[in-house]
Design a protein around this ligand. Structure first.
Ligand SMILES: Cc1cc2nc3c(=O)[nH]c(=O)nc-3n(C[C@H](O)[C@H](O)[C@H](O)COP(=O)(O)O)c2cc1C
Length: 373
């Protein structure tokens, strides 16, 4: 079922001066998305928690890292392909889970899924997707997809959701650990954002389950979830489990001890606890703690191909994009997401070529230096 939330968007501005300027980099999409979305939607997408220190740090921390290019290495052929959890992707650039894509574009996640499939990368679908999982899969059946779960208080609902995503061909379960409660997002409070009416927070049950019991009791995230509950999740799924939101070596060691298959180093784009480290700064400590036993990924603040290269040099197997995907959607729907992904992939290809890396395997710590600026 498609939920259209045109009220959340402004009309596209008419360009009287002629054809629109091309979108050259990811921040071009950011500027244009801001013009196209209502203030309420823009603030929801863009906003961070508290004073926004971590959100800002996610971007600026990348700029304290400098590159150490190597030359004369025959870079006539450069291959950006890699794997995550054994599946090939065209580049180490995938899509983080973000909720409610219909606030950015009418057919929301369906556009995102098609663009991800065309780009040959992984799309992590949020628990709070505004399209049904069935619609998302049927519009892009060949795409690599993971499902992000906010563990719900209702255990039965978790079980049903997991069975549903398994049967729909999702290849991993991403458990977000940094949202026992929502962070303090001042913009959303000022704007009196209501998840249910403004973002159309929906019933998480499958269409069949909904028909048999229509009264909707909105389920909520379970703040009591802890390490011991992982074994319960592992007992009800065969899918690899990835923990999203780990920032410390202590939690990284526990993740390995509890036999999860991967970690996404993330601070939720600075939307949860303000004044935690930038993701790129936390990455080093997490990578050192897992000692190569499981794959480590990261998200937060990736805006250029150089950022991708830096994250890989510090040990990430792959990066994920949050807001830039929503900017692409808001500007041009599926085509916008495709462009965002292509621009970043091309930039990353250039970054590899100009630093002398012919394959992703050649990217290592010697390529960067952390400046004291
Ligand atoms: C509008 C918005 C909605 C989000 N929704 C979710 C979500 O449903 N589940 C989740 O695990 N993370 C969610 N996130 C966090 C992203 O997955 C990701 O960690 C973050 O956006 C990465 O930072 P970036 O936006 O700088 O790329 C959301 C982020 C934004 C901006």
């Amino acid at each position: 079922m498609l939920v259209v939330t045109q009220m959340m968007r402004k009309k596209p501005p008419r360009n009287e001066a002629g054809p629109e300027m091309p979108f050259v980099c990811l921040t071009d999409f950011q500027a244009r998305a801001r013009e196209r979305l209502s203030k309420l939607t823009w603030d929801y997408i863009e906003g961070g928690a508290g004073e926004g220190f971590t959100q800002e740090d996610n971007i600026t921390a990348f700029k304290k890292i400098r590159l150490r290019p190597r030359y004369l290495k025959d870079v006539s052929e450069v291959d950006t392909r890699t794997t995550i959890q054994g599946e090939e992707i065209s580049a180490p650039i995938c899509i983080s889970p973000t909720g409610f894509h219909c606030i950015a574009w009418p057919d929301g996640e369906m556009s995102t899924a098609r663009a991800a499939q065309a780009a040959g990368i992984c799309y992590v679908t949020s628990t709070y997707a505004s399209c049904t999982l069935e619609d998302i899969v049927s519009t892009a059946p060949g795409g690599l997809r993971w499902f992000q779960l906010y563990v719900q208080r209702d255990r039965q609902l978790n079980r049903q959701l997991i069975q549903r995503v398994e049967s729909l061909g999702f290849k991993a379960l991403v458990i977000t650990v940094d949202v026992p409660i929502s962070g303090n997002r001042w913009h959303d409070v000022r704007n009196q954002l209501d998840l249910k009416t403004n973002l159309l927070l929906k019933d998480l049950r499958s269409p069949k389950e909904r028909n048999s019991m229509p009264s909707l009791q909105m389920s909520r995230i379970d703040p009591s979830i802890c390490w011991d509950d992982l074994s319960w999740l592992q007992s009800i799924t065969q899918l690899p489990i990835i923990l999203k939101g780990i920032l410390t070596k202590e939690d990284a060691e526990l993740a390995v001890k509890h036999n999860v298959q991967g970690i996404i180093v993330s601070n939720h784009g600075g939307r949860q606890l303000d004044e935690v480290p930038a993701s790129i700064d936390a990455l080093t400590e997490v990578v050192a703690a897992v000692k190569g036993k499981i794959e480590v990924y990261m998200d937060g603040g990736i805006r250029t191909g150089n950022d991708v290269l830096k994250a890989l040099a510090l040990g990430a197997k792959c990066i994920f994009l949050g807001r830039p995907i929503l900017w692409g959607l808001a500007c041009k729907g599926e085509r916008g997401v495709e462009e965002v992904l292509n621009i970043l992939k091309n930039e990353f290809h250039t970054s590899m070529t100009l630093t002398g890396c012919r394959s992703v395997a050649e990217i290592n710590r010697d390529l960067i230096q952390i400046s004291r600026l």
